[in-house]
Design a protein around this ligand. Structure first.
Ligand SMILES: *Cc1c(COP(=O)(O)O)cnc(C)c1O
Ligand SMILES: [Zn+2]
Length: 423
């Protein structure tokens, strides 16, 4: 059967277009539909997720693969020749032991998974690489996304490398560096007067009206979302094929957090790591914390909010995967917590000064929440903990430009230096 993005062509899916993926399965009722540009269950409108018939995969096979996400291609909805198609080759970023930050916070063993070093400096390159593969296999004519910033950067860059027509939509009040980081790759950056939820609605409307468009996080969202699993695979492999005890992850739509959990469960099921309990924690900024609010209220009902926070990359007021985040965090014995914008700024500086890692506001949110989880006794400081840094501080300079700067401005003389008394 052919599954088309454009009903006017006769494009037929090639054999193995989605690797070992079997079907799209509804997360609510389990109903399965054929692999294609679908994202809502025809039976109950629940979200669709990629289901697989995995082959046997060994640690050795994975280790022999490239130093990017394609080392896990057997576990992703991509063809076995994925490396042949131009893409940004994201992933296999550093897992750094954070001894200074651990000492500062009173945690025994702490790691930072540093995704700020991806090709466009955020974890979004992972999900976009998987979406790009799906767009290609479905013969999409346009590669597109609604974005809070980082996704637009990643889509614009990947589209350029793939030679595809690319259109990215952002809220018009987005940080200037994130606008430039998209516009440099594409002539088709569209700034929309509205917040992310407005931009997202517009994208769904265009996806319904126009033919041949692959919106990475709308009509090919099930394939896009699988890219986040590679964060979980890498953490386990880099720990020497072990699961950590606790992971702290930022929450925007909530997709990443739920996929790290999915990755850990798959590794256990495939016999690649030993089964053990692990706790997953979600991090939000108070100015956009619908999931944290629901967690603390002990309810499953997530009430959408109008975002008001400097953590713009996390500013999704109506998070599609929020309810699944609650499930993962509650089931695993974790929690969802939020912090103020001032705490976000403090945490950006804290991470920079303890570990030499400059994170954006999303990472400030995650590190600040880690600190709050310790202070409130929600995180066990004797257990091995991983915090995910999802983006780069150069994209949100304004967040800390008032807090840091020259210690002194002096004349170019030794006397002036000594007089300034800075050492
Ligand atoms: C998009 C984004 C997130 C959150 O991703 P979701 O999967 O939507 O929860 C976290 N950090 C950064 C820097 C992002 O750009
Ligand atoms: Zn369903």
């Amino acid at each position: 059967m052919s599954t088309l993005l454009d009903e006017n062509t006769t494009h037929t899916l090639r054999e193995g277009a989605f690797g070992h993926a079997r079907a799209l399965a509804c997360r609510e009722c389990g109903h399965e539909v054929a692999l294609g540009p679908s994202y809502a269950c025809p039976e109950c409108f629940g979200p669709l997720e990629v289901g697989y018939d995995f082959p046997t995969v060994t640690r050795e096979e994975i280790a022999a693969g490239p130093a990017n996400i394609w080392r896990y291609k057997a576990l992703l909805p991509v063809p076995s020749d994925i490396e042949q198609s131009p893409n940004t080759e994201p992933g296999f970023t550093r897992l750094l032991e954070a001894r200074n930050l651990a000492r500062e916070l009173g945690i025994e063993k702490l790691w930072v998974k540093d995704d700020s070093t991806n090709p466009t400096n955020s974890f979004k390159d992972r999900v976009v690489a998987c979406a790009l593969s799906a767009a290609r296999e479905l013969d999409a004519k346009v590669f597109a996304c609604p974005s809070t910033g980082n996704l637009a950067n990643a889509v614009a860059a990947a589209g350029a490398r793939a030679g595809m027509k690319t259109v990215v939509f952002i809220p018009s009040n987005l940080e200037q560096p994130k606008q430039v980081n998209s516009a440099v790759y594409t002539d088709r950056l569209v700034a929309v007067d509205g917040n992310y939820d407005d931009v997202n609605k517009l994208a769904s409307e265009i996806a319904g009206e126009e033919e041949g468009w692959a919106f990475v996080n709308v009509n090919v969202r099930p394939f896009y979302a699988e890219g986040s699993k590679t964060l979980g695979y890498e953490i386990a492999e880099q720990l020497g094929w072990r699961l950590p005890d606790q992971v702290v992850i930022p929450v925007a739509s909530g997709s990443q957090l739920t996929k790290v959990d999915k990755a850990f469960r798959e590794l256990v099921a495939l016999g690649l790591v030993e089964d053990k309990p692990y706790r997953i924690f979600g991090a939000q900024a108070t100015g956009c914390s619908p999931v944290s609010v629901a967690y603390k209220a002990g309810t499953d009902a997530i009430r959408p909010v109008k975002p008001d926070t400097i953590a713009k990359s996390l500013a999704i007021g109506n998070p599609a995967d929020g309810i699944y985040v609650l499930d993962v965090c509650r089931r695993s014995g974790g929690a969802v917590e939020d912090i103020t914008d001032d705490e976000v700024r403090d945490a950006i500086v804290l991470l920079a000064r303890t570990e030499g890692i400059f994170t954006e506001t999303a990472g400030g949110t995650t590190v600040g929440v880690l600190k709050k989880l310790v202070e409130t006794g929600q995180l066990d400081t004797s257990l091995e903990t991983v915090v995910i840094n999802t983006g780069h501080g150069l994209k949100t300079l304004d967040a800390v430009s008032d807090r840091v700067g020259a210690a002194a401005t002096i004349a170019p003389s030794y006397d002036a230096f000594v007089a300034a008394g800075i050492v």
